[in-house]
Design a protein around this ligand. Structure first.
Ligand code: GLA
Length: 385
């Protein structure tokens, strides 16, 4: 890997005749947080904000050259000699190339230009969009014949093995598999998916970006995952049939209560209840009951705040601010936590006035500018040429 050289970059940009272009979306998650790596249920979908990629093969070289127009960063990779970088975005790229090659495929030199509409650190999974867009592009460019599910799984593996984040499968699955105007009810154990029409009536999805990203996030995420695995091991002593928190019901949890530490108990209780909420929320949206759906969103936030302990004052403030507003049905923190966005189900014609009001209140309280993004459920990663 090599540092930016303006000569190399200019050469790359000059006469860039693309062979292929790909768009890969960020994702929202309506409900089902931190359940994916516990083999539970999630309800995500892709959004209409994306990362765009242009690709071409480069038979004159042995290097892969990548330029991000958004961040004005350039990098070169030798696919036969990949190493970890201090720059995390490069690790997503090396990770994907590495995982594709691990499956017995050869990646030859290519050029790629990236343009992103996704804010980084907002909890809308710009990382999954980057991995999945690159994986999809390379699969097509080099005719590798990998299935969509293989692209999802190798993108997740890239993040686990090369970036060092022990993430579950939700983000990559949503980024690749989503269908326009639908939510995905995904069973993260069997990977069975049901596509649910995203009928929000007169409401829209509003994301409020705290613009904070407390740097504990990555470490705490891996810690939560470890705590869940520890809880499973303890519960297994009395209930060997339990292989993940997905299998734990109230009876089993009660029977194991004395063996579990307080935090192991709280994490387990949260996962149990959040899985129940995802299934109830799916029924609510199917029957058009937005009130019930919103109630479950608030309960999810409370669980994440008090039992799973992955929220932060900025997220809690934004959720509290929506309470008792008749035009807002539900709100909660979204994604890994410790910053990023809240997701709000709000009547479309109230969005602009509410955004103004909450932005002022947020600025007064934290002296930070809030960003508001209205998003709609969209199709997954698409090859556009
Ligand atoms: C991050 C991870 C996902 C998931 C969420 C929490 O976005 O990448 O796998 O665990 O956090 O629901």
């Amino acid at each position: 890997m090599k540092k930016e050289s303006s000569q190399d970059k200019n050469q790359l940009l000059k006469n860039f005749n693309q062979e292929l272009s790909v768009s890969s979306p960020g994702r929202i998650n309506l409900i089902g947080e931190h359940t994916d790596y516990n083999e539970g249920f999630v309800l995500p979908t892709a959004i209409d904000k994306k990362i765009h990629f242009q690709f071409r093969k480069n038979s004159n070289s042995e290097k892969c050259r990548i330029y991000s127009k958004t961040y004005k960063t350039y990098a070169e990779f030798d696919p036969q000699n990949l190493s970890k970088s201090e720059d995390s975005w490069k690790n997503y790229i090396s990770g994907v190339i590495h995982e594709i090659q691990k499956k017995g495929n050869k990646i030859e030199a290519f050029d790629c230009i990236i343009n992103s509409e996704l804010p980084v650190g907002a909890g809308i999974s710009s990382s999954a969009a980057l991995e999945c867009g690159l994986a999809t592009g390379l699969n097509e460019l080099f005719d590798l014949g990998l299935s969509q599910l293989e692209l999802v799984q190798l993108s997740q593996a890239a993040e686990n093995n090369f970036v060092g984040s022990n993430c579950g499968i939700m983000d990559q699955y949503a980024s690749v598999m989503s269908k326009k105007d639908h939510l995905i009810l995904l069973d993260c154990r069997s990977l069975e998916a049901e596509f649910i029409p995203a009928d929000f009536k007169n409401c829209k999805i509003l994301l409020l970006n705290t613009n904070v990203n407390h740097n504990l996030a990555e470490g705490e995420y891996n810690t939560r995952r470890r705590e869940c695995e520890e809880a499973v091991k303890i519960i297994q002593k009395g209930h060997p049939e339990v292989t993940s928190l997905r299998d734990v019901n109230y009876e089993i949890l009660k029977a194991s209560e004395n063996e579990l530490s307080e935090s192991h108990y709280m994490r387990s209780l949260y996962v149990l209840k959040e899985n129940e909420r995802v299934l109830k929320a799916t029924e609510a949206i199917k029957s058009g009951n937005l009130k019930e759906f919103g109630k479950l969103m608030y309960q999810s936030h409370e669980g994440l705040q008090h039992n799973y302990e992955v929220s932060c004052p900025e997220l809690d403030f934004l959720v509290e601010h929506t309470r008792n507003k008749p035009f807002i049905f539900g709100a909660r923190m979204m994604g890994g936590g410790f910053g990023g966005c809240t997701i709000n189900l709000i009547e479309a014609d109230a969005i602009s006035e509410y955004t103004k009001e909450v932005s002022e209140a947020y600025k007064r309280k934290f002296n930070i500018d809030l960003d508001a993004i209205t998003v709609s459920p969209s199709e997954g990663t698409t090859i556009t040429k």
